[in-house]
Every structure is written in C-alpha cells, then in structure tokens.
Design a protein around this ligand. Structure first.
Ligand code: BGC
Ligand code: BGC
Length: 860
C-alpha cells in the first residue's frame, strides 16, 4: 500500500494555501457574510406571492392595440374548441413531433432546441430547414384532423446570429457586445440576424436575453450584456426594434421576426450565480436592476416574454401569478404572450412536465413542452373541462397568442417557403452580415494591459501564434454554437468564418511578415513576438456554473505556455477567450499585453484588425471596448458590481485602455487567488450535467472508441444517450448489448487526486439500474498503463439497487488504490465496464470528502 495516503501533510497543504491567501483581504469574506445575513432577513420579510405593485410602471407601449386586430382575434377565438385552444398553448420540439402530429393537434407553435436540427442532421441545409418549416406550417393549416386552420409558428434560439445553422454569421456573444456599448451596432446585428432566420423559414427568435448578471460564476454570464442595467436597458430596445422593426416603421413586416425578452425575472441575480437558482433581491432591486430590459423592450413592442427558470424567494417564476399577471400584464400593460422555458413549468411545486395547471393559472400562455407535450396537452384539456383552469384564463392566453400572430401577419403572409426571404441562401453568412460581425468583434475587444505600449504590432514581423484558441472557431464562438453546449465543432463547421489566427496570418502576410501557428508554442526560428490565444472551453446554461473565478484552477497549462515564451525572451501578447471576467492575475503578470476577446463568434479576423497597425505604425482601429463587467481582484470574491457600496475590483466597470494610454496594472499583481482562509475541501464533480473539465465522456469496446459529441452515440455493442433526470440532459443512459464494453470519463493529462484519499472521499454516483445484473460490473480508475489501474466489481451493489428507479451508490476511493490505481496520475477517474448485457443511467458522479466510511463499497 502506498504510504502517501497516510501522510496528513496533504490536507494541511490545502489549508495552508488557503491561509496565505487570506492575508489582507478578510474584508471580502465579512462582506459576503453580512450580505448573506441581510438577504436572509430580507427573505423572511418578503412574501414572494404578493408584492408591492406600485413599484412597477405602466408602460407607454409603442405598439397600440388595433380594433381591427382585436376584432379578428375575437372572431377566431369564438369559433374554437377547447382542444384547439389548448393546442395553441403547447409548444413541442422538432425532435419529438412529426408532421402528422402537427396535422392532428395543430400546435400554436414549436421550437428547435439548441443543437436540434431538421432530420437530426447537424449539416442540414437551408433547404432542409425551409422544408420542415413548410411541412409543419401546411399541416397546421390543414383542418382535416383538428378542424383548425390557424398557422403555427417556429421559435428558435438565434442568440448570437442564427446559431443553429451551419454557415450562418455568428456575432460576438452578448458579453462582448456589452463591452462595445453601441446600441446602433446592436440594431444592425438584430436586423442581420432576422434576415438569416427568415431565410430558413422561421418566424420567431428567443432573444434578447436581458439578464443583468450580478455573479460571474453563473454559466450564462456571457448571455448578458452587463452587470449593470444601463447598457441592458439601451440594448433591449435596439435589438427588439432590430428584430421586429419599429412600431412606426415596418413592424413585423416580411423582413422581420418576433422577438422574446428573457428570462423574466431575476435570472441574473440568483444566489452564488446558480443557474435556475433562487433570487433573494428585494422587489425594488428586482425592478431597479433586473427588470430594466423589460421596461425598454416591452415599450418598443416586444411581443413575447419568456418566463425564467429561477425562483424569487423560493417560488419559481413560472408559477408566480404576482409577477406574470399582476405586474407584467396588468400593471406594465404587456399584451403579447408569456412563453415558458424548456419544461420550466415542471419545476413548480406540485407540477410535473406533463401536468401543470398552476403555470397557466399564474399567467403562462405557452408551455414550452419539448418532449412531454402529449400528456401535457391531454391534462390541460381535462383541467379546462373540469374548471381547474378557467375558460377565461385559457381564452386570455389564446387571445394573446392570436394577437401576436395577427400582428405578425401570419394569416396573410405566404407559407414559409414562399416568403420573400425564404430560401435566399445568400443571406446565410452574407458578406455584409459578416462585415457587421467583424466590426462588432473590433468594438468588443477590451485591452487590460499594454506594457511599454507593445501594442499595436507592426504587421511585417515574425509572429508566433500559439494557444489552443488561436485556430479554433468553435472555441472562440462559445456555447449556443451549432450545438447547445458549443462543443464538438470543427473549423470546417464554420464555412466562411475565420479563426483569430486566420486574421493574423492574412494581415501579417499581406505586409510581408510571417505568422507561424504553433498551438504548444514550439518554434524553430525565434519569433519577434508571440500572440497566445487561450481561454474557456464552450459551455451553456448550468453546465457553465463554477464555484470560483480562478482561470484553470489547479491546471495552469496556459500560464505555463506564457511563462515558457517569456523565459525565452519573447514578448507575449495574450488574447483571452472567455464568457466572463475571471481571475487571471498570474496570466496578466506573464503577459506584456492582455486583450479580452470574450466570445467573438465566426469573424475571428476582427481581432487582428485592432492588434496590428499599418506598416508605418499607424493605428487602423483603436480599442474602444470597455468592461461592462467589473474584473475580479480575487478568485473567490463573489459578486463585484458597479455601484457596490464597497467596490474593490481589480479593474472597474468601464475600464479599457486605448492606444497610447498609460498602462495601469502593476507588473507583479498578487498571485494569491483566494481571500477565504477556511476553505474546506469541497466535493469535486466528475460529471454533473455533463463531463466536467478536463474530462470527457467516451464509450469503448475493444479497439473502438467514440467520444460523446452528440445526444446519441453508439458502437456495435454499447450505446449512450442523453436523458433528463432533474433538469434537461443532466443524465446519460448506457446500454451494454453483450461483449466487453465500457463507458469512461478521461482526459489527455493526468490529475493528482491523492488529496481526496487523504480526505476520506468516496465516489458517489446517482444511478438508475434498469436491467438485471448478469455478471461482474467493474468500476475503475485508470492511468495510461495497466500497472496503475485499479477497479472493483460493483455488481453486488448494483443488483441490490436494480429496478428501483433513481438512487445512488458510493465506493470509497481507497478501494481503487488498494486494487492498484495510482491516484497521483489519474487519466480516467471513472470507468464502468461490463461483458454482460446491462442497462443503466447515471447522473452526477462526485468525489465526496469524509464519506468513505459510510460508502456502499468500503474496502477497509
Ligand atoms: C433556455 C432558453 C432557451 C430555451 C429553448 C432553455 O433551456 O433557458 O434560453 O430559449 O431553452 O432552447
Ligand atoms: C436548451 C435546449 C437544448 C436542451 C437539451 C435546453 O435547456 O435550451 O436548447 O437543446 O436543453 O435538452
């Protein structure tokens, strides 16, 4: 047995690091504590169902009610059955309905989720998109089965351009646009997006996100323009007008799409930045901070509002009548419809995805019911018939939906395939749209450091371009890019786009210089300068939640690259790809210049436009981007926002250097990450909703291996697919068909997990064993050789839990070590292997300290 497991020093080291980091910054921890206490007291005072309506304004809405429209809606409504009405309120997903379902039910709308394409084909062409839109539309107006001729409409997440479509222009994500602080640019982006969406026959866009993001640990930070309502308020009006047209111009003409302000309300203010979490702000703060994008977006005529997954003081927004009805509709005067978020109604207390009268009663008009639409439809019909949902409430919901359809001209416009922009492939990724995106990239860049005025660079130099973000359009585009998470994309998935390296290469070559791409920074001829492009891997929604703002915590490979280049005497320019402001003091110290590129999207060439001057040294484009999020001084700082009473960021809201400005950051910033002395060792997730970095999920059998890069992956004798346990796609189902096969989490580099042994950790797995157990099932941890791999047969435990639904199992980490695993260099922290047929699903897999003693498998 290895004796390092017996050394108490490892644990101590963890604590000692924490203690050093505490020096000089205990204030922050105290602040955090008082904040929590305040919030708790506040929480006790607030009744989340019953607020103070007088806080909310009655808006002067630019789109007025038109008697002719209202008369048409009333007439339509008077001829509808309960079934037809309920069908208007149900929104299924394209992956779970057929054209025949549409003919039979006549749904009022449908959506494609992130990473969901016609025919499940990632490379679906614009023609494929149009064909689906046309077929579903025709089925919706076909009254042969449902007696209804009301046209359906298609909603999609075009959140940074038409991002589910190959070849579309991908604009910078909202965080970068916030830094550009240019409402006119936002309108241009929205107009271009509307055109690309219409070219595929789609009517409706689930954007803008007007979240005001207070805690950058939130996985959706990049979907927000700012931490402060000022820019969000200005932008919401611009984007809504850009998508829909202004009320007094070509409102919802055939060049425009319906927009959605989302997610109502308070999504950016949840505790600890938890996705779908709980917001504890006072009602006044909710209005002052989180509601400003609704105030402006609705005033210019946004036709839909999406309810948020989050709770306010413990009550889910989807079921909150006070906000959805009393505030939004009755007081503010919003007369469009409220659409739910992805099965969001199912999260209300007492509801399931299939059954939720509470949501409609609270004021939800359309249930986003991607998969469980059928039962939900049946239950809702029954609830109206029995009076659980009143006729009046249903009629109000349908009136709102029809009002928007009439305003959008859906009864007059030709069918999707015959609209003026439909099928105009030249609009998808059009040169003029790309030019707008490239301009947006230039305006979004924020320069944090420019020591000795090293930037701009002259283009006729010998430039080394390093880092794994340099030539990686998928990485620079982030989540919500072709796939939901933005993972699994290659440069070839972005025809017409450019990587950051592409732009550098073109600029340098045109000036007679030389640019060499070398991801790991190796070079033959010493370059004049190195540009290193690095940063976060793509993620979306809760998959991006983090507990600490330290970049590459425990695994600083990019810092090592910067340091190596510096040690070679090469000046280093860092270009940081990120969806949020992260603690990067060590990387700042190791860089001569540091530029935040956020998530620029498909036009990476815009970065070189700004980094390089002309040959004579004359600036071509200056840096005009300014932080719309405060930059943190510590990794565990928690929320730091403009106008905080005690405001202590590293760099404040509004900061950004222009060319010629004096450098402000010290050369040697503190490299102590934390300010919290008693940080306990926390549970570490290997899998939580998705594989946690650096690990990824693979299935293998014999010599065959496949990474899980889509919702369903199969080899001849094993297959794996995504499954919803508590939230969407948080679980995986694995089927072994017989013959040796395994599913594992692995990475290219080893991790030292000995501290977890020291902390008496066990591996816990949320599991649902769905078949009988016919033979051994091995759970192991592995290195890259046989001599340091160790596993245990967990068939006995699995058998005891078979066919019981979701439960969990735990295995003491020491078992793996006893079986021969070398915990100091773990490449594969989880591998489940069987030769016999087996079916099971798993969700969270964690290493949980202090739990080995009570583990199901404990090898003591
Ligand atoms: C997201 C929304 C999105 C919807 C449809 C949800 O999970 O929260 O922002 O519009 O899915 O894809
Ligand atoms: C996303 C969808 C995505 C789905 C996957 C949702 O939260 O918004 O667009 O496809 O989850 O289950």
């Amino acid at each position: 047995m290895n004796d390092y497991t017996k050394q108490p020093s490892l644990r101590l080291t963890v604590m000692a690091i924490g203690m050093i980091s505490a020096m000089g910054c205990s204030n922050t921890a105290d602040n955090a504590k008082t904040h929590v206490q305040q919030a708790e007291t506040e929480a006790k005072k607030i009744d989340p169902r019953n607020g103070n309506v007088s806080i909310w304004p009655t808006l002067d809405i630019a789109v007025k009610q038109d008697p002719a429209v209202e008369a048409k809606v009333a007439e339509l409504l008077s001829g509808m059955t309960i079934e037809q009405k309920v069908a208007q309120t149900i929104q299924p997903e394209i992956g779970s309905i057929t054209v025949e379902d549409m003919r039979k039910y006549g749904f009022g709308s449908y959506l494609n989720g992130g990473g969901s394409f016609p025919g499940r084909n990632k490379h679906a062409t614009p023609d494929d998109w149009i064909k689906l839109a046309e077929d579903l539309y025709q089925a919706s107006i076909d009254d042969s089965l449902d007696g209804s001729t009301i046209p359906t409409m298609w909603g999609t997440d075009a959140v940074h351009g038409h991002n589910n479509v190959i070849g579309a222009t991908l604009f910078p994500h909202n965080i970068g646009l916030g830094a550009a602080n240019n409402p006119e640019l936002i309108r241009e982006i929205a107009e271009a997006t509307a055109k690309e969406v219409m070219a595929t026959g789609i009517d409706w866009v689930f954007a803008p996100t007007v979240a005001v993001v207070r805690d950058d640990r939130w996985g959706r930070t990049y979907e927000g323009y700012s931490e402060d309502p000022e820019i969000v308020k200005a932008y919401s009006a611009s984007i809504v007008q850009g998508l829909q047209g202004a009320a007094d111009e070509d409102f919802l003409s055939d060049q425009r799409v319906i927009s959605t302000v989302k997610h109502f309300l308070g999504d950016g203010g949840t505790e600890k930045g938890d996705d779908q979490g709980n917001n504890l702000d006072s009602e006044q703060e909710l209005f002052d901070i989180h509601a400003q994008g609704y105030v402006s977006g609705i005033a210019v005529g946004a036709q839909s509002v999406m309810a948020s997954f989050n709770s306010w003081h413990g009550v889910k927004m989807h079921g909150n009548k006070y906000f959805l009805t009393d505030v939004l509709k009755d007081k503010m005067g919003f007369d469009g419809f409220v659409v739910g978020d992805w099965s969001g109604h199912g999260q209300i207390k007492g509801c399931t995805n299939e059954d939720c009268a509470q949501a409609m009663n609270a004021g939800l008009d359309i249930y986003m019911a991607p998969n469980e639409w059928k039962k939900l439809y049946e239950n809702t019909v029954a609830q109206v018939k029995s009076g659980v949902i009143s006729q009046a409430r249903l009629d109000d919901a349908v009136t709102r939906i029809l009002r928007v359809k009439v305003r959008a001209g859906l009864f007059e416009k030709p069918s999707p395939a015959n609209r003026p922009l439909a099928g105009k492939k030249e609009l998808i990724g059009a040169a003029e749209h790309r030019a707008v995106a490239r301009k947006a990239v230039r305006q979004s860049l924020v320069m944090l450091k420019n020591k000795n005025q090293i930037l701009p660079l002259k283009p006729n130099m010998n430039v080394l371009v390093a880092g794994d973000g340099a030539d990686n359009i998928g990485k620079q585009s982030g989540g919500w890019t072709i796939t939901w998470q933005g993972t699994g994309n290659k440069n070839s998935d972005f025809p017409g786009g450019s990587s950051i390296y592409d732009g550098i290469q073109q600029t340098v070559q045109a000036a007679g210089g030389k640019a060499v791409l070398s991801v790991d920074g190796a070079y033959q001829q010493k370059p004049d300068i190195a540009i290193v492009v690095f940063g976060e891997e793509p993620y979306a929604e809760g998959n991006g939640d983090i507990s600490n703002l330290e970049y590459q915590r425990g695994n600083k490979t990019d810092l090592a690259l910067l340091k190596k280049l510096k040690a070679d005497g090469i000046p280093v320019v860092s270009v940081f790809i990120t969806g949020r402001a992260l603690w990067v003091n060590p990387e700042l110290n190791a860089s001569d210049a540091f530029v935040v590129a956020w998530l620029p999207g498909s036009e990476g060439a815009g970065v070189a436009d700004v980094l390089f001057s002309d040959k004579q040294g004359k600036v071509r484009y200056d840096f005009t981007g300014r932080l719309s999020y405060s930059w943190p001084a510590f990794a565990d700082q928690g929320p730091v926002n403009r106008f905080d009473e005690e405001y202590n960021p590293l760099l404040p809201y509004g900061f950004g250097l222009s060319y010629g400005d004096n450098n402000v950051l010290a050369d040697e910033l503190s490299e102590v990450a934390g300010s919290n002395p008693d940080e306990e060792m926390l549970a570490r997730a290997l899998f939580e909703r998705s594989a946690q970095a650096p690990w990824s999920l693979t299935i293998s059998s014999g010599n065959e291996r496949k990474g899980m890069d889509s919702k369903f992956v199969a080899l001849s004798n094993i297959e794996i697919s995504t499954l919803d346990k508590d939230v969407q796609e948080d679980a995986r189902q694995v089927k072994w068909k017989g013959g040796e096969a395994s599913v594992s989490l692995g990475a290219a580099f080893p991790e030292d997990l000995r501290a977890y042994i020291e902390a008496d950790a066990a591996m816990t797995i949320d599991i649902n064993v769905e078949s009988d157990i016919k033979g051994p099932v091995w759970l192991s941890m592995a290195c890259d050789g046989a001599d340091c791999t160790g596993g245990v047969d967990i068939s006995r435990v699995l058998r005891a839990k078979a066919n019981q639904g979701w439960t969990n199992i735990s295995v003491a980490l020491s078992c793996f070590e006893q079986a021969g695993a070398d915990l100091s260099k773990v490449f594969v922290p989880f591998k489940l292997q069987s030769e016999q047929p087996l079916k099971l699903s798993f969700a969270a897999i964690k290493l949980v300290p202090e739990s080995s003693e009570s583990a199901d498998v404990n090898c003591e």
